[in-house]
Write a protein that binds this ligand. Structure first.
Ligand code: HEM
Length: 453
């Protein structure tokens, strides 16, 4: 899960809040007056970062391909104070890991979101921000452990595997509808978006008739959390959507309590922790995070893996020869061009990070997309190797906040890509298609993926 990053197309769904980054292109974004900024205005002449020529991570060329710059930044200083982003950019693998393990590096960052709400929308905001404060991704231990434990069983790989048959059937149905040989289309809209939506609605237990409203509310919540809601009216719509989503899910929890079904909500209720270790309100609050956290990220993983394979004939031939290697292709995509580019944190207290003093309250961008290409951890890091073993990539985060939905995301992405590779051998990227990416600090998200089926 950051303050808003862009004024254009809605960005990804990372389970973290998208931070606003000020930029020459977005002068309207308010600049928080922190002690850090005062320090940045008068940089320490001994600081090693002074010579580095910083790039704005939301400039169009950085959105299109940030990796060369991130490599240079990591080589220059794996921990770098960025006046432009008002944040520490942490790009080294060991340094990111250290932050993800250190309790002083806090995940609690709902307050800056509240601060970004325009005055006129403040009164609507209180309930909505109360809901966000119950999302596990914004909580630190010990609160975080208590909240997360409620979902531990239901998200475990052994529980998620029950959805394999449904996922494979849904994959075949989605592909039969759109991936017609000879047709030209957008794989993002045809396959990558609808498939996770189908699976998640089934897994959460959203009745078919409620699905359109459910996905509408989720899209508006994403605007709020990713910061793409800029106008007061957009904020209002997003805040209202979060409240409506909570009301809806509270009603669904009541229904499942009276009449259990085969879905996530019923399973968790059946385990008996709701009302015991967490309140019903906390449970419902966490449910409002699930579709936001998992929907678009999984769509991006499918699209980015298809793109990775279809721009690397050797890797594509290998997975066609042995479809079991699709799993390796999905993992390499998570490492090299995954849906999540960074996680946001703040320093709860002063800390020393690689010889740099991070002050209490400073924002820290843990740039996992850079850490995942750190040559100190990954031999030949730029190579897409479907048989790679060794260090764990950080595409799903690490530590206490490691993505709780990782098993489900892997199940859906592997099913989709394996079926495409096995049954759609004629699939190719459309000639001359220009790919564009959503302008987001957090998400690596194509706007479309034009293909010939
Ligand atoms: C390819 C798909 C996905 C990617 C790349 C992804 C990525 C991530 C990352 C990087 C984090 C850590 C955030 C942080 O440290 O601040 C995270 C956390 C989380 N993810 Fe995912 N995610 C994916 C799919 C899912 C799915 C399918 C679900 C649920 C249905 C989900 C639910 C969550 C939740 C609830 C958290 C917060 C965990 C915690 O705070 O303990 N994610 N995800």
């Amino acid at each position: 899960m950051t303050p808003a990053a862009s004024t254009a197309t809605t960005g990804r769904v990372i389970p973290a809040v998208q931070e606003r980054a000020t930029s020459p292109e977005s002068p309207t974004v308010p600049e928080p007056a922190t002690a850090r900024e005062a320090r940045a205005a008068a940089p320490d002449p001994a600081a090693p970062d002074r010579a580095f020529s910083e790039r704005y991570l939301l400039s169009p060329d950085m959105v299109a391909d940030p990796y060369g710059h991130l490599d240079a930044l990591r080589a220059h200083a794996p921990v770098h104070w960025s006046p432009m982003h008002h944040a520490w950019l942490v790009t080294g693998y060991d340094q990111v890991m250290r932050c993800l393990r250190d309790p002083v590096v806090s995940a609690d960052r709902v307050r800056p979101l509240m601060d970004a709400v325009p005055q006129g929308a403040r009164t609507d905001a209180e309930r909505a921000f109360g809901i966000l404060s119950r999302w596990m991704v914004f909580n630190d231990p010990p609160q975080h452990r208590r909240l997360r434990r409620v979902f531990q069983e239901a998200f475990a790989a052994r529980a998620v595997v029950r959805y394999r048959t449904f996922t494979e059937k849904a994959t075949r149905a989605v592909l039969a509808r759109s991936a017609v040989p000879g047709r030209t289309g957008d794989l993002m809209a045809d396959v990558a978006k609808p498939l996770p939506a189908l699976v998640f609605a089934r897994w959460l237990g959203i009745p078919r008739t409620d699905a359109p409203a459910f996905w509408y509310w989720n899209a508006r919540v994403a605007d709020l959390v990713l910061g793409t809601a800029q106008e007061e009216s957009e904020y209002r719509a997003s805040l209202q959507a979060l409240v409506s989503l909570e009301d809806y899910l509270a009603g669904l929890v009541d229904r499942r309590r009276a009449e259990p079904a085969d879905d996530l909500i019923s399973q968790v209720l059946g385990e008996g922790r709701v009302g015991e270790s967490v309140t019903v309100e906390e449970f419902v609050g966490m449910l409002t995070q699930m579709a936001f956290a998992g929907g678009e990220t999984t769509s991006n993983l499918i699209a980015n893996t298809v793109l990775a394979l279809h721009t690397r004939p050797g890797a594509l031939a290998a997975v066609r020869e042995d479809p079991e290697l699709v799993q390796g292709a999905v993992e390499e995509t998570l490492r090299l061009d995954g849906p999540s580019k960074m996680s946001i944190r703040t320093a709860a207290r002063d800390l020393d990070l690689d010889g740099r003093t991070v002050r209490a309250g400073d924002r820290i961008f843990l740039v996992t997309a850079a850490a995942n290409r750190d040559p100190a951890r990954f031999p030949d890091p730029g190579r897409f190797d479907v048989r790679r073993t060794g260090a764990t990539h950080l595409g799903f985060g690490f530590g206490a906040h490691f993505c709780v939905g990782a098993a489900l995301a892997r199940l859906v992405a592997v099913a989709a890509v394996r079926t495409l590779v096995r049954d759609h051998r004629g699939l190719a990227l459309a000639d001359g298609a220009r790919l564009t990416w959503q302008p987001s600090l957090l998400n690596r998200s194509l706007t479309a993926l034009p293909v010939h089926y």
